[in-house]
Write a protein that binds this ligand. Sequence first.
Ligand code: 5CU
Length: 364
Amino acid sequence: MPIVDIHTHVYPPSFMELLRSRTTVPYVRTFPDAPDSSRLIILPGEDNPSTPSTSRGRPIGPEYYDIEKKIAFMDLHNISTSVISLANPWLDFLPAEEAADAARRINDEVNSICSQYPGRLYAFGTLPLSGPVDTVVSEIERLNGLKYMRGVIMGTSGLGSGLDDPRLDPIYAALQKHEQIIFLHPHYGLPSEVYGPRANEYGHVLPLALGFPMETTVAVTRMLLSGVWDRFQGLSVLIAHSGGTLPFLAGRIESCIQHDGHLKSAGKIEGRRSVWDVLKKNIYLDAVVYSEVGLKAAIDASGADRLLFGTDHPFFPPLEEDAKEWHSVTTNYAAISKAFEGAIQGSAEDVLGNNAVRILRLHD
Ligand code: 5CU
């Protein structure tokens, strides 16, 4: 039975070099009080000087960039195939004139890494979204010719003003035309004020557990409200973290649309596709939600045939130094098996691998 991890990140060596060369977020560096340990500082606000350097960001080791560590992690957890993707914040921060070259370099590098492990590694490419639209479209076309690429990973900022930006239409058109799925992943979270004045006493829990899923939910709802899926009915999006909170809030989103006088008078209610239709035809969800409660909502909203196993490796390593298997992985395995106890539709095997093989054409 194939087990396919579709949510698993890597910072390839040339991206690490870039991160190490920087002094503003995102960057990798060591601090004088802990010269033997490098820290990865990527999230907005992680660089706050009031946070002690030893707890700024997260420690970074070879799991983040050495592909042999990825393969060892896969072997340890019985994962047959991984669809790797550059981790956040991708190329969002690059000056426009550097983006296209960087995307080409990184996509070629990742494709070549995959070629070293045929059948075990595929990838989502990265796009030069801080650059001009035509260079983004060119890279989508180029990705089509790279053997191991199966779509693109993207954050929620798009070209800088979100995924409801009409300037993205040529990009959506190219992705739809080449049947490349978007793996939509959060990075920016919510404004830090939301977390309150004692936020730095709570580690990364509020931004990662709540900020990330809310960011994704808002981004997808903006796509829906701006009619992206009315214009691009064949555009597929795989949403990280089981859709943020989308499966749980879909009914409320739909009801708010139905009751909105502004949308009605602008003629935006009649003839639009509902969130339920989009969830069942355009959206895929990963199974990275760590509980059967969230998984059941995802299955109800999109269907068991649209849910795909993931780990979020190398993030969320175990805190115990002597741990072997990662809790973040075993918790997801257990949740998937529990979600299908006594199930009438779908199977754990489909979520663990068959769906990914079919949807991402991993046998080609
Ligand atoms: O721990 C984190 O900050 C993250 C992150 O930045 N990106 C991700 O995919 N998972 C966890």
